[in-house]
Design a protein around this ligand. Structure first.
Ligand SMILES: O=C(CO)[C@@H](O)[C@H](O)COP(=O)(O)O
Length: 216
């Protein structure tokens, strides 16, 4: 319910799952049921083969993408896909979100990455699994724990975290970063990236070995 509450999706758009790594199952939103009609009993539990092990509804149409992420990225306990407006705008242009300011650097120390546009034969094949593979390919040289979000070209954002709540938090942060970056680029199309020293300072004081942000 945090997804519509934060304005990250309307009606049936988007989906979220929570993974129990010990049991090898995830609970995911059912497909095509409006948020305001959802209850906890409607969640669908599936295994890593995509087989429904509990629940009376069909799982999200994006279930296979979630499965690829859990199977490939260690330490994930939650995955979310939204259609939040600004992040989707960047995704639809296939443009990584430049790291323009400290709001961005407080959460990740690089541009928000964007996948390649999917080839037509991949679209015709196992589309949702291919979407997951595109995300994995995009993270070949980066850490999914340090960069817990991605834009899928032509589609929209995915985010993740140690649990479903943290995943949705990261999706909300992504939307805010995307909105600020859009405004920054609109005011000044040639706006410079944040200098590396400021990127490191802001990222490390929240996430580095000697982090000192917040309370002990
Ligand atoms: O992007 C997509 C489908 O491509 C989804 O986000 C839909 O908007 C919601 O699908 P369900 O999770 O309800 O199947």
């Amino acid at each position: 319910m945090e997804i519509p509450r934060r304005g990250l999706a309307i009606y049936t758009f988007g989906n979220v799952s929570a993974f129990d790594r010990d049991r090898g199952v995830l609970a995911i939103k059912p497909s095509g049921v409006p948020y305001d009609r959802l209850s906890a009993d409607d969640m669908v539990v599936v295994d890593l083969e995509g087989k429904v092990v509990e629940g009376h509804l069909r799982p999200s149409s994006d279930t296979k993408t979630h499965i690829v992420l859990y199977a490939s990225f260690r330490g994930l306990g939650g995955v979310v896909h939204t259609h939040s407006t600004y992040a989707t705008g960047w995704a639809q242009t296939g443009t990584p979100i430049p790291i323009y300011g400290t709001t961005h650097a407080d959460h990740l120390a690089e541009d928000v990455p964007c996948t390649e546009v999917m080839r037509p034969d991949a679209v015709e094949g196992d589309y949702e699994t291919e979407t997951g593979k595109q995300i994995i390919e995009c993270f070949r040289d980066r850490s999914p724990l340090h960069t817990p979000m991605v834009l899928v070209a032509g589609h929209g954002p995915f985010a993740w975290g140690e649990d479903a709540e943290k995943a949705v938090y990261n999706a909300a942060v992504l939307e805010e970063i995307a909105r600020m970056a859009f405004i920054t680029r609109t005011i000044h199309p040639g706006a410079a990236r944040l200098p590396d020293a400021l990127v490191r300072k802001h990222f490390d004081r929240k996430h580095g070995k000697r982090a000192y942000y917040g309370q002990k």
